[in-house]
Design a binder for this molecule. Structure first.
Ligand code: GLC
Length: 736
């Protein structure tokens, strides 16, 4: 059995030659020696493996009861000891350890399995959905939450999470907007890095670190008409400027795996696309981890009309750079024959196996293949505190009119009306791993915790179900509304209405919920809409009925305490939208960083406003922040100079508040048209009443002013730029 050298990256080639000599000389098992460099261990082990062992390393099956409703695959009986990876559906490490023991002790070379799982926004301590986390504009807090998720997951037998999801998305009909960090490439990049660092920690081999996975590579968020698993029309320019930047940030942050997407990228499906997976990811960016397919994405190439059969799909996927096959049973069933037919080269198989082994060595799985049981690994007090902080910082106060109903004051009788009022399950959101509804603090429970029963009376009625009537419930709700001094109308989506395979043709809430709001609003009492959803919701019918509106998203286990803290005023809301709220479904796609139109005063809708209901970056506070003195350290610089922009922000309110200053650039005239503005930096800080704080943005023209052309080359043109923040803007001239 021979292995060709020409494919080996240089550092591996040398290591490989040394290994071949040493193996032949003394067959010392270098791969078992942790003092050896990883590349030598990989080379030594590769040299020892036979073809069957190599092929099985490229496959991932499932272990445990599969609770992923979108992917109920055939249960694999008698899993071979040489399998490369398993998706682990249990939260107790015992089953994992039994399977790992089989791999380590019954296989010829004792190669450990890497166990993966969808730890998207928490493992058992469930945090707000990722879209909500982005609205916190607090990457440090997101990193903290991911570190807890990693701790709970790793102590439960999981080595690898299929997260972060960093698909820029601008169509809220698509259910998976819930899983990413919104419509902006820079925001997705920053939260991607925070997640990768949180999951992988300082050292991947630490017992509380897990491997991250950048997904879904690439452009999945452009899914046509907001449906799932469909075509995406992506120009090279859009690919480079919108969808790729978060992945580049994740690779640079050290993410060790990537997951290929379902979508067809303008005619070449992502899971068989050599341009994206090899030319860009592996060659241009130097990514030396491995790529795993999404579930069934290889065989789906046949449905997409890109492959004749699973064998053809296998050849196209592996030759395009897809290293591991998730639950297709394509690689294990076809690779040997493809090799014999000359349709796959051995060097391609070796490269893929080498990448997978590298990650397993870096995770320390050869030295520590088993998970040691730690009973009190879930819902620790510090984990819940992180959940509470992240939930409260991710909620967005969308409206608080002149009646200033919020924070609630002097209202003795509080009515909690609506299907979300005492709901727990749906606050967990989609992809809630091992989250348990019993762990969740509901809206009603949070209010009861927060508002002293000696001063306040809190009563609740459902009024209706999420999408259907409940006999007599409207009348009870109306009676309660008449009793109340203030009404909290708690509406929203079930958690199954967003996430994978959960597109909606209309982003309004069900009519029954809107009718409930109408009925209780007829009492004329102060009205607060508490909205829970996995996506932006069209509120054009509801907005006029309410004095205040708060978007809580799906905030996880501590949602009720976070909301109640905001409603009482103990917490000053600081969330800002990471995704635009359209006025109606018909406006979609609508997002802030759009291209400039040919006419500024024509081309609008004839039936509704062309402006969104709430824009990207919108979010109110109980404080009032005033921006002033935007200035530049120079108003003209050369391309290789740097310049510092500063702005002062004053809190004119009477309570401390956190403000996120967002810095945008605008390049009004360029050889390739650009968006009206582009987010390039943000910073969130607490500002005391009366305090003025200086915010800085050090501008590096190449990083912050340039765009990328359709070939992936940086394009930085001299001319006028504008630096914008708050309601301010200042001109900067860039010269050669
Ligand atoms: C699903 C999802 C992907 C997930 C994988 C494993 O189909 O698209 O995000 O990580 O399968 O559950």
């Amino acid at each position: 059995m021979t292995i060709n050298f020409k494919w080996l990256p240089p550092k591996l080639t040398a290591a490989f030659l040394i290994c071949c000599i040493s193996v032949s000389a003394n067959s010392r098992e270098i791969y078992k020696d942790p003092s050896q460099p990883v590349e030598k261990r990989v080379a030594d082990l590769l040299n020892r493996m036979n073809l069957d062992e190599k092929i099985l390393q490229l496959n991932q099956y499932t272990l445990g009861w599969n609770n992923n409703i979108n992917n109920i695959g055939e249960e694999v009986k008698d899993i071979p000891a040489e399998i490369g990876s398993l998706i682990y559906f249990d939260s107790d490490p015992a089953l994992r350890n039994r399977m790992q023991k089989k791999a380590v002790e019954e296989s010829r070379l004792g190669i450990p399995i890497i166990f993966g799982y969808d730890v998207i926004h928490g493992f058992r301590t469930i945090y707000p959905i990722s879209l909500a986390q982005a609205c916190s504009w607090n990457p440090d807090l997101v990193k903290e939450a991911c570190a807890v998720a990693a701790q709970e997951a790793s102590m439960s037998g999981v080595d690898w999470t299929f997260s972060p999801m960093i698909d820029v998305a601008r169509d809220p009909r698509w259910g998976r907007v819930a899983e990413g960090y919104g419509e902006d490439p820079y925001a997705n990049s920053v939260f991607c890095v925070a997640s990768v660092e949180g999951y992988q920690g300082e050292n991947l081999a630490d017992t509380t670190s897990i491997a991250s996975c950048l997904k879904h590579f690439v452009g999945y968020g452009a899914s046509e008409a907001g449906r799932d698993y469909v075509y995406t029309e992506i120009s090279p320019l859009t690919l480079w400027n919108t969808y790729l930047p978060p992945y580049k940030a994740g690779v640079d942050a050290g993410a060790v795996t990537v997951m290929s997407a379902f979508n067809d990228i303008s005619g070449v499906p992502a899971s068989a696309n050599p341009y994206t997976m090899k030319d860009i990811l592996k060659d241009k960016w130097g990514f030396d981890g491995f790529i795993v397919s999404d579930w069934g994405a290889v065989n789906q190439l046949c449905n997409q009309g890109f492959a004749y059969d699973n064998k053809d799909a296998t050849a196209k996927a592996l030759n395009a750079g897809l290293d591991m096959d998730m639950m297709n049973h394509a690689y294990d069933r076809n690779l040997k024959e493809l090799l014999e037919d000359g349709l796959i080269e051995m060097e391609v198989i070796d490269d893929a196996v080498g990448r997978i082994l590298k990650v397993k060595f870096e995770l320390g799985l050869f030295e520590n293949p088993y998970t040691h049981l730690v009973e009190d690994r879930f819902l620790r007090s510090n984990s819940l505190e992180t959940a509470r902080r992240l939930a409260s910082e991710s909620m967005v106060l969308l409206k608080n009119d002149s009646l200033n109903v919020l924070p609630l004051k002097n209202y003795k009788r509080i009515a909690v009306i609506g299907p979300m009022g005492d709901d727990k399950k749906n606050l967990l959101g989609s992809w809630n791993a091992h989250g348990n509804p019993e762990d969740v603090v509901s809206w009603l429970e949070g209010l009861q915790n927060e508002f002293d029963s000696s001063h306040y009376e809190i009563k609740s009625e459902m009024g209706c179900d999420f999408d259907k009537e409940i006999e007599g419930a409207f009348d009870k709700a109306e009676d309660l509304a008449k009793w109340a001094d203030v009404i909290l109308v708690c509406l929203g989506e079930q958690n199954s209405w967003s996430g994978e395979n959960a597109s909606r043709s209309d982003i309004h809430l069900p009519t029954i919920q809107e009718n409930l709001a109408q009925i209780v609003s007829s009492t004329g009492k102060p009205m607060v809409l508490v909205l829970s959803s996995g996506r932006p919701i069209a509120l054009d019918n509801l907005e006029p009925l309410f004095n205040s509106i708060i978007a809580t998203w799906q905030p996880g286990v501590e949602g009720g305490n976070a909301l109640a803290g905001i409603l009482s005023g103990r917490i000053n809301p600081s969330g800002k939208l990471a995704m635009t709220f359209p006025r109606s479904t018909g406006q979609i796609p609508i997002y802030y960083n759009r291209r400039k139109p040919g006419r500024n005063n024509q081309g609008f809708y004839k039936d509704i406003s062309s402006e969104p209901l709430y824009s990207f970056g919108h979010g109110l506070s109980y404080s009032e922040f005033e921006y002033s003195d935007l200035s530049l350290s120079a108003d003209e610089i050369k391309k290789d100079d740097k310049v510092i922009a500063t702005v002062t922000v004053r809190n004119n309110g009477n309570v401390p508040g956190k403000e996120t200053v967002m810095w945008y650039i605008s390049d009004p005239v360029s050889s390739i048209t650009r968006p009206v503005k582009e987010l390039k930096r943000f910073e969130k800080r607490n500002i005391l009443p009366g305090e003025t704080v200086l915010f800085k943005f050090e501008i590096d023209p190449v990083q912050d002013l340039a765009q990328v052309d359709s070939k992936g080359n940086t394009l930085l043109e001299s001319g006028e730029y504008y630096i914008m923040t708050g309601d301010k803007s200042i001109k900067l001239r860039l010269t050669e």
